[in-house]
Design a protein around this ligand. Structure first.
Ligand SMILES: Cc1ncc(COP(=O)(O)O)c(C=O)c1O
Length: 378
């Protein structure tokens, strides 16, 4: 897919505006591709008409369109009368987590993990129950999970496919996970916003229907923000499988949780109804990039390693056997002018890691890899 570098440099989004012109940004999880043309047209139509008033046309469609999307893409139809819209994935996650726990209660996360999960727990005065995943494949370990639980643990924050490792959970892993969740009477908030970016014939299995004990204790979060590069749309749909949570949510007045905007909703509805061909092309490009990054790192023998992600556009790079083992992202920013996400943001055991976003043109990916490999050695 074509990328206009001049356009990228003039964007006001975080990714390209944070660092100076000499730095190539590969940090925050935005893609560099031009969004799907149908999404642009949907917004353009509103702009051309000046249709900026109370416009619920697309907001009202978010839930049915998401249910159709999940069914056609992942083989499960969430009951639409059990779904609710939120303004973002983190909004849904925090609202449900707070409704389901009291200050001091334990909330599980599996680290390394997308950093706002941890701050969400801490800022809400809940206790972080950090279940560390282990490389190189970052699979779920039932023994460590069980050992971390006690009678004050209420909620599990689950992320699948997993950011930052790109792990896609198998049915076997989900079954073992579900049995523990049921045994300890936990509620799971399953953030599945990376579900549409899965590679190699792997399948994303929605958590909620993967085990009968989970249907009524899982909240599934969906959004077009990652697969369609619409993080600014601020729009999200969640299936609230737990009846207790649904009735908690209903106790609040109409405007308490807010609504996505008509612009974000129009973009999201266009993506989920017309975006499949665009998404197919994007997936081909990022799978190609992923294979390139992996093979270049593999053949370089510099001590740098990377587990092949099964999903996402993120490479979780291990610099522990290299000259950059101490805060690699900081060193690479200074020495190679490449901006990566620091590993310790995702987990305290990951200070020698960094996260690389490869959702860009192959030319830019090549430059990034050249600069990294030119700086790293054993
Ligand atoms: C796993 C995960 N959840 C949530 C988010 C944030 O989503 P939103 O902007 O919809 O809150 C991200 C962003 O990268 C993410 O990777």
């Amino acid at each position: 897919m074509d990328i206009d570098q001049e356009r990228l440099r003039s964007l006001k989004g975080l990714k390209w505006s944070k660092y100076g012109p000499e730095v190539i940004p590969a940090w925050v999880a935005d893609m560099d591709f031009l969004p799907c043309s149908e999404v642009i047209s949907a917004i353009q139509e509103m702009v051309d008409l000046g249709d900026f008033g109370y416009r619920y046309h697309d907001i009202d469609q978010l839930i049915p369109v998401w249910c159709d999307w999940i069914e056609s893409s992942h083989g499960w139809r969430p009951p639409s009368d059990e779904c609710q819209v939120f303004t973002s994935s983190m909004h849904a996650l925090e609202a449900v987590m707070v409704l389901h726990s009291e200050p001091g209660d334990g909330v599980v996360l599996f680290s390394p993990i997308y950093m706002p999960f941890r701050t969400a727990i801490e800022q809400a005065g809940r206790r972080v129950v950090d279940v560390e995943l282990q490389g190189p494949d970052w699979k779920f370990n039932p023994e460590t999970f069980k050992a971390a639980l006690d009678s004050t643990t209420r909620v599990v924050l689950f992320c699948q496919p997993h950011n930052p490792t790109g792990h896609v959970y198998t049915q076997e892993e989900l079954t073992v996970f579900a049995e523990i969740v049921v045994e300890y009477d936990l509620v799971v908030i399953s953030d599945e916003i990376w579900a549409d970016l899965v590679f190699d014939g792997n399948r994303h299995l929605p958590l909620s229907p993967s085990h009968e004990g989970l249907l009524e204790r899982t909240v599934t979060i969906g959004s077009a923000s990652k697969a369609f590069n619409l993080a600014g749309a601020r729009s999200c749909v969640a299936h609230i499988g737990s009846p207790a949570t649904r009735s908690e949510l209903q106790k609040y007045p109409d405007h308490y949780f807010g609504l996505p905007s008509s612009f974000g909703s129009a973009a999201t509805v266009a993506a989920w109804t017309q975006g499949k061909p665009w998404l197919r092309r994007v997936k081909e490009q990022i799978e190609h990039n992923r294979n390139y990054v992996h093979s270049r790192i593999d053949e370089h023998s510099s001590g740098l390693t990377m587990h092949l992600p099964e999903a996402t556009y993120l490479a979780w790079l291990d610099f522990s056997e290299t000259n950059l083992s101490d805060n690699p992202s900081k060193q690479l920013l200074h020495k190679a002018k490449i901006a990566l996400e620091p590993g310790d943001k995702f987990g305290k055991q990951c200070g020698s890691f960094a996260r690389l976003n490869f959702a860009t043109s192959i030319d830019i990916v090549e430059t990034i890899i050249e600069r990294i490999l030119g700086t790293v050695n054993r």
